[in-house]
Design a protein around this ligand. Sequence first.
Ligand SMILES: [Mg+2]
Length: 276
Amino acid sequence: MVPRLLLGPHRLLLGPLTAAAAPLPRRRALAGRRPMSSSTAASAAPAPAHRPRRPLRGVVFDMDGTLTVPVIDFPAMYREVLGGDAAYAAARAAGGGSVDILHSIEAWAPDKQRQAYEVIARFEREGLGRLQIMPGASELCGFLDAKQIRRGLITRNVKDAVDLFHQRFGITFTPALSREFRPYKPDPAPLLHICSTWNIPAHEVIMVGDSPKDDIVCGKRAGAFTCLLDETGRYGRHDSLPEEVKPDFKVSSLTEVFTVLEKHFDLASVSAESRI
Ligand SMILES: [Mg+2]
């Protein structure tokens, strides 16, 4: 039984990259963005009655740790790639408590780097075999479909993993951008690309993910609303998060996202001209 790990975001990059997407215009970033109340945690007090609900027409999800239960043993992967406990500890210290394995190995000699990629790929393959959908994900998607709210996906994982998710759980996200799309989170480009594809402004979209530094920063930079999924409470109180990674909402389960959406937003269906 592999332990269920609730660790940092998947900060990996493997293999040749294909068809890099052109950078998108960022004129929409922050355009029309109206700040939410600072008291916006899902469990916080209700929104003031006088505050109108914001229109919301799209939800973009992270995949690993948000739509799927995290199953990759990242510490074991990092130890093996980096060469043991001491090297892993040093990399963590250098990264302020987290490891960006790409950054750690990018200056290595080709042979050593290739071996590292092979280790990472093995861990990822094993993770795919244990893929599980996050509790509440299917119900939330059904709710969004009933409301005609668009659903998209942005992940730093590979396209094969997204394809497997779609096939295994029968839920499709459009667009679904994997790490073959460059630049990837926390750059806002993938989220802005999805908004452009939908023809919906970013301030009518919410980004839901479990990584403050990837998902929340991506959403904030794009001018979207943001919701942090923190199942274990490892990020502490909502108001204790640094401003640059502070989400509009913080929830401990996908089920709580229902509450956020219904309490704070006018769930406007997608207009005909926005349909693709
Ligand atoms: Mg994640």
